[in-house]
Ligand binder design. Structure first.
Ligand SMILES: [Fe+2]
Length: 323
């Protein structure tokens, strides 16, 4: 059977976002935001969230658009969360009060946040901006909100139920047999980890420092590769990662005007996510083209190759399943 790979091409402009994806979605600073589920549902609490590719990849990929001074409230994850900044400037802050530390990331930066810590983020540029998020595992679980955030959300009419679905009390009441999720107790807040800004900065790879990190793969002579997470094995090369987080996926950036990877076959799921330029992917003799913010998922066991066809510098993220 021939698989039509066009179904695995996700054009960003065709995606349908959720406008109230999370419980804090009606609060100031969180209300002008769109959430996109590209691979897997992610951790969206909106039961109507459209999911573009449901097939299990071993990770989830989503995106966020936010207006200036909007973003996500303080929450913690049980699996990896890696942010890929596509445009604008984003301030990440953390701690149970959101005051433990902060980093500001710009277009092209990558930040990998540890599990078990409260983090929030906001667009601190003066126009709409986008970031992408890679979450670990097929099922990234549910997120934990700080008790104070859940209280403020409830005052705005938004309640998170014990099955992790959202209820807007202005439109619906809590269905029979379900109840609001119990916020964690204040003494449980101590179980979450603390980090200084310097400690988190070690998990941030900034675009302005790319030259320091870029590796020439030595084989094609035209590729520069930035390997963020997990070893990147390609043909006879094996590149070590810049960030020592065990996320369950690999994350790599392929960059350069004449950048290309010759055909290779992989048993695992792998996606290409275009940051800049235009890239042609050949997969089992079919071709697709991705531009900025577009994603392509290569089927398991397929033979694939990729090349920059924009005639100028470009870069593409490669996310690969590891377990
Ligand atoms: Fe998150």
């Amino acid at each position: 059977m021939t698989v039509d790979i066009q179904n695995r091409l996700v054009k960003f402009k065709d995606l349908i976002p959720s406008e109230v994806p999370f419980v804090e979605g009606k609060l100031k600073g969180h209300q002008d935001r769109s959430n996109y589920s590209i691979v897997g549902p992610g951790v969206s609490e909106d039961t109507k969230q459209s999911v573009k590719i449901a097939e299990e990849h071993g990770f989830n990929i989503g995106a966020v658009r936010a207006a200036p001074m909007n973003g996500s409230g303080l929450h913690s994850h049980t699996t990896a969360e890696v942010f890929l900044i596509f445009s604008g400037s984003w301030r990440f802050y953390w701690g149970t009060e959101g005051k433990e530390g902060e980093v500001v990331c710009n277009a092209g930066d990558v930040a990998s946040f540890p599990t078990n810590m409260f983090r929030g983020f906001q667009n601190v540029s003066d126009q709409d901006a986008h970031l992408f998020v890679v979450l670990g595992e097929n099922d990234p679980g549910v997120i934990t909100w700080t008790p104070s955030l859940l209280k403020k959300a409830k005052d705005s009419g938004m309640v998170l139920l014990d099955d992790n679905s959202l209820i807007d009390l202005d439109k619906n009441s809590i269905p029979e047999g379900k109840s609001a999720i119990k916020p964690i107790q204040d003494n449980e807040l101590d179980k979450f980890d603390n980090y200084t800004s310097e400690e988190i900065e070690k998990f941030v790879i900034r675009a302005k420092d790319h030259d320091k990190y870029l590796q020439d793969d030595g084989h094609f002579n035209s590729n520069t590769i930035l390997n963020y997470i997990d070893n990147f094995k390609i043909h006879e090369k094996d590149l070590s990662p810049l960030i020592e987080h065990n996320t369950g996926f690999g994350l790599t950036l392929l960059k350069g005007e004449n950048s290309h990877i010759h055909p290779y076959t992989l048993a695992e799921s792998e996606i290409f996510l275009c940051l800049e330029g235009e890239w042609e992917i050949t997969c089992n003799d079919q071709k697709v083209i991705i531009g900025s913010k577009d994603t392509f998922s290569s089927p398991k066991n397929s033979t694939r190759s990729i090349k920059n066809i924009s005639g100028k510098d470009g870069s593409v993220f490669i996310v690969r399943q590891k377990n």
